[in-house]
Design a protein around this ligand. Structure first.
Ligand code: DX5
Ligand code: ZN
Length: 221
């Protein structure tokens, strides 16, 4: 497989009392993207962080800040996350009833636009917005928490999306999120994913283990 693999550690599994240092450590360990899970206790049953934290973390890394919005509605917060320094803003169709308009807004803000498909959300949700999309995020768990088990039905979905992306001829990231570890990472890559989100598997063992964790996810071993 010639596609470059990118690793996007989810800071949901970092030490929240030391987030700046954690982001610097995971950056130095070889992370490609810094994945930020934003949850509102409404769209998903958990509460995490908002634009103020993205803004505070921005000076700690030059890596791509990959912001996954699990909030409904998402529209009122797009500008704030863009101003805070996000590079990618990804939204769920269920949280964005006017998905096309929301993607247009993200692009108008000068950011890369992502669409996230929950395990039960069909690939067809993308049919009429592919021209606006820079990233497709396939959830391989139901969103809300780190540390859940990988859902196998994500794999045929990734295969279908790989074919759809290749047919566009555009460079659209195909990212997978949830339950990614040494066993599931190679399966997701073989199905066609090229960006792996990993929380538990990136941050386990503390800072001295981060470089090894990321290399193992990237190279499968
Ligand atoms: C789940 C989040 C994931 C999560 C992944 O709602 O979107 O990014 O942090 O955690 P792991 O890698 O532990 O499954
Ligand atoms: Zn995520």
């Amino acid at each position: 497989m010639s596609r470059p693999v990118r690793i996007a550690p989810s800071i949901l599994s970092a030490d929240f009392a030391a987030l700046g240092a954690e982001v610097r450590a995971i950056d130095a360990a070889g992370a490609d993207y810094i994945h930020v899970d934003v949850m509102d206790g409404h769209f998903v049953p958990n509460l995490t962080i908002g634009p103020a934290v993205v803004k505070a973390l921005r000076p700690h890394t030059a890596k791509v800040m990959d912001v996954h919005l699990m909030i409904a509605p998402a529209d009122p917060y797009l500008d704030a996350f863009a101003e805070a320094g996000a590079d990618i803003l990804s939204i769920h169709p269920e949280a964005s009833p006017h998905l096309h308009r929301s993607l247009q807004r993200i692009k108008a803000l000068g950011k890369r636009a992502g669409v996230v498909l929950n395990p039960a959300t069909p690939v067809s949700a993308l049919d009429h917005v592919m021209d606006l999309v820079d990233l497709i995020l396939v959830m391989s768990v139901n969103p809300g928490f780190g540390g859940q088990a990988f859902i196998d039905s994500a794999l045929p979905k990734i295969e279908r999306l790989r074919a759809m992306i290749d047919a566009t001829g555009r460079a659209i990231d195909l990212e997978v999120d949830g339950g990614i570890d040494m066993t599931t990472a190679p399966r997701a890559l073989a199905a066609g994913a090229d960006v792996l989100v990993a929380g538990t598997a990136s941050f386990r063992g503390g800072p001295s283990a981060y470089a090894g964790n990321i290399a193992a996810l990237r190279h499968g071993g």
